[in-house]
Structure formats: structure tokens, C-alpha cells
Design a protein around this ligand. Sequence first.
Ligand code: C5P
Length: 227
Amino acid sequence: MTKITIAIDGFSSTGKSTVAKQLAKHLGYVYVDTGAMYRAVTYYAIQNGLINKEDFNKETLVYQLQNIQVNFKFNETLGFAEVYLNGVNIENEIRTLEVSSFVSKVAAITEVRRKLVEQQQEMGKNKGVVMDGRDIGTVVFPKANLKLFMTASAETRGKRRYDELISRGDRVKYEDVLKNVQDRDYLDSNREDSPLVKAKDAIEIDNSNMTLDEQFDKILNLVKMAL
Ligand code: C5P
């Protein structure tokens, strides 16, 4: 069967990764969580004292990009690939509110994007890939066979991210999580390099009032039409 490229973009916490994982599993495709790659670089910057509340040493981060290797390794038990930074599994560490609060600043740096986009294009070059992020249908794979643009109300998204963090055992306040989701959407949509915009040929899916099954069925139909 022909393999296609599926690009899923959209605002924070719109459930992109959930549906991307479901699709990849169902189709036997590779799933690439590009947000995890930007989070990994951000985690590196925090760990190495290059970024904190008062200060952000962009020049040093750009200089040190050559020391940063981000990879994925498939975890059979979980059924998806986990992210590694320089050989260390950091799948849990990158999901904190601290990383979320700096990631959009790191993702706005052109040199960071250039490095990660090149790697993403390499990972998807043989098709049979579901990739989610903010610029997949516009920059990474502008010729993707199917482009989806996910949306949901800010409150729905804030609640989803809050529930996710609480279930991990993180002690966070709903207001802080909601603010982070809104701040990231603003920064991601207004940066100069590869801002978050809906590609002209993307299909918009507002899943505020959809169950996961409804969403999956709807998207699987779109995939069948694109095959
Ligand atoms: O998808 P996730 O919410 O984990 O992404 C974290 C952040 O990484 C986004 O808020 C955005 O700043 C950045 N990102 C990006 N381009 C992508 C994927 C993520 O700029 N393709």
C-alpha cells in the first residue's frame, strides 16, 4: 500500500499527539513528536544554566547546539518512541511546566529551528510518517499528503494539560497552566521564523466537543481519502 506523509499542526494541548500516536499505530507508521525535540533543547538550556527567570543566554545556546543530540527510541511497552538527549531518556523531564514556560522562546531561535527541521525532514523522507508540531504542513513538509490543523477552546486545552500534569503527580495550579497554554500560543503564532499558521490546504478540526473515538474516526476517513 502507498505510504503517505501526515502533518498535524495546531495550538498547544489540542490533542495532536494523542491522535498522531493512534494513527501511527493503526497505519504502522512512524510517529514524530517535534514538540518533544524543542522541549529537549530547552531542557538542555535549563540544565546548563543558560536559561532562567531573569536571563536567557541565546548566543551560548546557539554555540552549544553542536553538542546537543536529540533522538527517539521506540519503547515496545509504551507503544511509542521516547525522546533522548545525548543518549539519556528525558521523556518525563521535558513535560514539566518549567520546560513549557521557556520552550516557545527557544523555539523562536532560527538556528534551533534549522537544526531540528533538517532532522525532521530526514526522519520523514521515506513517508509513512505522522508528524505533529506547529510548522509541519507549512515548513517541514509543505507537500504532505494530508494536513490537519487542530483547534479547541483555550479552556478545554488548559484543562487537558492541567489533568495531564496532575496525573503525573506535578503540583500545578490550573490558572498557571491555562496562562502557559495561552502565552505559548501567542508566542508561537507571532514569532518571525515559521509562525504557527494554518496551511492553506490544511483541514481544520475543532475537537472541543468530540470524543477521542469520534475524532479518530473522522481523521481516519480523511486518511483513507488521501491514500
Ligand atoms: O507540541 P508541544 O506543546 O510539546 O510543543 C512545545 C513547544 O515547542 C511549542 O509551544 C512551540 O513553541 C514549539 N514547537 C515549535 N515547532 C514545532 C513543534 C513545537 O515551535 N514543530
